[in-house]
Design a protein around this ligand. Structure first.
Ligand code: NAD
Ligand code: UFG
Length: 330
């Protein structure tokens, strides 16, 4: 079975490629390198112990993308390619809408044309908006607070509508919670460009001395210790969720939460990082970040039951693996 992985040189895509190959799938990667480096390919190939066909193509470019479909016959597509920085999406909304929505439409059109029956889409818990956790798939989409989140909500609706009119087109809308951590080898992990927006890369860069201190965005939320609560999931568990979705007999468009079901606060993450890695993280508490919600965690029951998948790695594994990766970086 040959799978097209778009955005396969990125953070989640690279880990998923390894899991797919471990499970015996053949993989073809498409990435335009807008947020990744070509060096990632050699690292993935080293871990996978095989060469992987790679195309530097933009998924909004239908003509060039079609060449890939002419070269290979795919049984599934996993579509990771997308821009993902929430703050940047507010200042560059047109880029975000164009890139994320057009690439989804373009791939879906090609999936129709080449009769590819499985389409797995990287969605986000952000499409729930500020509803009360545990967040469950039967809830309606909520109000998103930024263009990035809106691209995910729109893409979900586009793919659902497409699945309604084509019984051979089946879609898994995977709503990720907060992926952190890295591959055990320490070879691949999250590589943010510039100042990290997300908590874990900010912590690892602070531990390394690249950042002076961590800014904790608010300690006055209505949570156990006042800091924001999220459902952190190890990126390798998340990657395995994609393999489980591919194996599942999808029918139409189906939503699955990929989370652990457990909420962890910012202070709890800092404490776990310090305890496991034996490094102090200097931090200051600052204002809340605009658009942040207090609490977000999944009800993961549906994925556990239907996909026969469950997140297994702990917060300790996540902070340990994230730090191993950061330490190894030159
Ligand atoms: P990433 O930026 O590390 O990887 C995305 C990859 O897609 C990059 O290698 C980038 O170069 C590529 N890309 C972007 N636009 C492209 C285009 N038009 N054509 C070809 N390649 C393109 O991000 P990630 O963290 O691995 O996220 C993967 C997907 O999961 C994204 O769609 C993201 O929105 C979604 N997601 C991520 C998170 C998270 O916290 N990391 C949470 C929820 C959803
Ligand atoms: N935080 C800090 N300091 C930082 C960074 C984050 O205190 O420097 C806090 C945030 O306020 C939040 C928590 O750490 O309480 C997690 O923040 P992240 O930025 O790591 O993650 P978010 O939950 O804000 O966002 C993530 C993805 C988005 C996605 C969203 C919902 O980055 O792409 O989850 O799925 F939309």
């Amino acid at each position: 079975m040959k799978i097209l992985v778009t955005g396969g040189l990125g953070y989640i895509g690279s880990h998923t490629v390894i899991e797919l190959i471990t499970e015996g799938y053949q993989v073809v990667i498409v990435d335009n390198l807008v947020n990744s480096q070509i060096e990632m390919l050699a690292k993935i190939e080293k871990l996978a112990k095989q060469k992987i066909p790679f195309y530097q193509v933009d998924c909004t470019d239908e003509n060039n993308l079609e060449e890939v479909f002419l070269d290979h016959q795919f049984s599934g597509i996993i579509h990771f390619a997308g821009l993902k920085a929430v703050g940047e999406s507010v200042s560059l909304p047109l880029n975000y809408y164009y890139n994320n929505v057009t690439s989804t439409i373009t791939l879906a059109k090609l999936a129709f044309k080449y009769r590819i029956e499985k389409f797995i889409f990287s969605s986000s818990a952000t499409v729930y908006g500020d509803q009360k956790s545990p967040l469950i798939e039967t809830m309606p989409q909520g109000v998103t607070t930024n263009p990035y989140g809106e691209t995910k909500a729109i893409s979900e609706r586009i793919l659902s509508d497409a699945a309604k009119i084509n019984e051979n087109f089946n879609v898994a809308l995977l709503r990720y919670f907060n992926p952190i951590g890295a591959h055990k080898s320490g070879l691949i992990g999250e590589l943010p460009t510039g100042i990290p927006n997300n908590l874990m890369p900010y912590i690892t860069q602070t531990a390394k001395g690249i950042r002076k201190q961590l800014y904790v965005f608010g300690d006055d939320y209505d949570t156990l210790d006042g800091t924001g609560v999220r459902d952190y999931i190890h990126v390798v568990d998340l990657a395995k969720g994609h393999v489980a979705a591919l194996k599942y007999n999808l029918s139409g468009a189906e939503i699955f939460n990929l989370g652990t079901g457990k909420g962890t606060s910012v202070f709890e993450i800092i404490t776990a990082f310090e305890r496991v890695n034996k490094i102090k993280i200097p931090y200051v508490v600052t204002e809340r970040r605009a658009g942040d919600i207090a609490i977000s965690y999944a009800d993961p029951t549906k994925a556990q039951k239907n996909l026969n998948w469950r997140a297994e790695l702990t917060i300790d594994d996540m902070v340990k693996d994230a730090w191993r990766f950061e330490k190894n970086l030159k």
